[in-house]
Each structure stands twice: as structure tokens, then as C-alpha cells.
Write a protein that binds this ligand. Sequence first.
Ligand code: PMP
Ligand code: GLN
Length: 384
Amino acid sequence: LNRSLAEFGTTIFAEMSALALRTGSINLGQGFPDTDGPEEVREAAVRALRDGRGNQYPPGPGVPELRTAVAAHQQRLYGLTYDPDTEVLVTAGATEAIAASLLALLEPGDEVVALEPYYDSYAACIAMAGARRVPVTLRPAEGRFRLDLDELRAAVTDRTRLLLINTPHNPTGTVLTREELAAVAELAVERDLLVVTDEVYEHLVFDGAEHLPLATFPGMRERTVTIGSAGKTYSFTGWKVGWVTAAPGLVTAVRSAKQFLTYVASGPFQYAVAEALALPGSYFADFRADMQAKRDLLASGLRDAGFEVFTSAGTYFITTDIRPLGESDGFAFCRALPERAGVVAIPNAVFYDHRDAGAPFVRFAFCKRTEVLEEAVQRLKTLA
Ligand code: PMP
Ligand code: GLN
């Protein structure tokens, strides 16, 4: 195994989903919905397959229908104008978009400032690019994980090439505030940094809040690579359709790496996602309301079971603190949880370089059917 990858072992999601299967536990670990997305979008995929659209290699940048739909979505929701031909790139899920962006934009020895805890592929991709990650730890205060703006500033050095941002944030469920995002933007402009921003949970923001794309802040459009994905928004995580929107030079760079990763992917699904992106606003509102109800159910169940529960303002995750249960090691807790309660969760420490800072936090996914969440809550009550 290549030395840059050796430290990463097996992704926690595979490990924990295997544990759930082996023990017959309810899997609130890996974030994937247990019901598929809209029937009409599935039908669109069937039609594409049947009509022979996308069954052979689609165009390198993605099918024009999807690129146009992505550009229209960014325009309609955020007032961001992107040229579908030069400023949109379709990828094999957000995962490939992250990998291709980092491989394309980083030189060996560059530093990447990333929010910690971070989604696990970030660290691996930064390492594969030969760059160095510099984590800025989000810390809980008054019920939510926050970005300390002084720590962020202090993390930037002459070697910093890019800021890697994620909002809504996996695993904490934090949504960066307008002030936090404005500070990120100011810093990027002041230090002339590129920004890669993972916004795959853009449609999963709760309590009436609004998703604020980093690219909408002053000076950001030209330096920001924005990553989106159909997996989370339409509950088709297996389709692996993602995209990048950015200025032409950045898209060309990302595409240079992407062409040698998958070249292209998900032909017929690209057509289906193009239709999905044009669903009426009511689809997104209903989806959000449904997920918010699930969040509330799980959050109150976790509280009843004795966890400290942090506000999940977005994503499909709730981060908890296990210390009120008399526990302090999330790894040990998650390894024992299937046996103790028949539930699988993720220890947030895997998303930290400063493992101690993440030790007492455990993540639960709520993108599951109501009856599954109710059963999980019943089981977790036995911990109290
Ligand atoms: N970024 C974040 C923050 C995620 O949580 C995930 C997956 N759940 C991804 C990227 C990967 O998305 P995809 O499945 O589209 O590759
Ligand atoms: N993003 C999902 C999560 O955080 C998992 C995706 C994966 O398994 N790579 O749970």
C-alpha cells in the first residue's frame, strides 16, 4: 500500500455498516436513506436506460442536460450564474469531485486548512495529493459547533494553498453562520486562497434557515470550487452523480484530474438527475420538513436516553456527547453499542487529527423511516 494511504485503513462507514449487518443492529452509522427518492426521478432513469441515453460513455464534462440543469439550479436558488459549458463539471458523486479538486489544485508540500472534524475522504485525498492538512477545530458552545475565527486566521501560513470548507457540516450538523462564512471569504480574499466548499447538504437545512453558498460572498465566485451531489438531495446515494461549479480555469483544472479517475460515470442517471433538479420547490420543502421531523424524533429520543445533543441545523446527522452517560471514549462506546442496545453509530474521533478533542462525540444518522427511528429510540432508552 502506498505510504500516503497507509494511515487511513478502512473507511469507518464500511466498517460500521458491516458491524450493523453482522449484529443485526439498526444502522444509524453510515448516512444513507432507507427509502429511495422520488418515483418520477426513478422513472426518468428507467426511461433513459430504455431509450439508450447514457448507456455508452457520456461526454467528459457530463451530459449537457445535466450541466444546464445544475447551472439553472444555482441561478434559481442562489442567483449564481454559471456557464453550463465551461463552468459546470459532472463527477462520480461528490467523492470524486473532492478527489479531483484536491488532486488538481494542490502541489506537494501545500497546506490545506480544513474544518475539523472533517469528512473522512478529505484527509485521504489531501494525502494522495502530497499536501498537508491543517485542521481548525470546530468547538461546541451554547449547543452548537462553532468556527473560531482567530484560530482560522492563525492556521493560514505562506504555504496555505486552499481552504476546504463544508456547510452544512458532516458530522456535527452545524451550518456555518453568515458571519462565519463572511470571515472565511474575507480571509480567502486577503490571503489570495482558493476555496473548495462541499455543500452536498445544501437542501438539508432546518428550522426555516437558508443555505448560504460561499460562492455568493464578495470576491468568492472566481476563487471557489463548489461541490454538490444528487445523492443527498434526492435520496439516491447509490447513483453517484455529483458536480462542481466554478470559474472556467478551475473547472478545467478539476476536469484534468477527473478524466483520469473515472473519466465519466453514471450515464443514464445523469439524465434522471437533470430532471430531478427541475422538480418544483415543493419537493425540496417537503423533503426538508420530513427530515426535520426525523431529526426531532431522534434528538428527543437521544436526550431521553441521557446523551447531550447538539443542535443539528443541517445534514442528516446529530452529534452527541456521551459524557452524561458516564462514558468518555466514543470508539469504545460505538464498538459496544450493538451489543448493549442493537444500534450502530459513528465515533466522531475518526474525523479528527486531534483525537482527544473528538473523543466524547458520537454521530447518529436520522435519514431513516420513522418506525426505524422509533425502534432505535426505544433501544437506546435502555442506556439511560
Ligand atoms: N461530502 C460529504 C460532507 C458527505 O457527507 C458525503 C457523503 N455522505 C460526500 C461528500 C460524498 O457524496 P457522494 O455520495 O455524492 O459521493
Ligand atoms: N457520507 C456518508 C456519511 O457520512 C457516507 C458515505 C460513504 O460511505 N462514503 O455517513
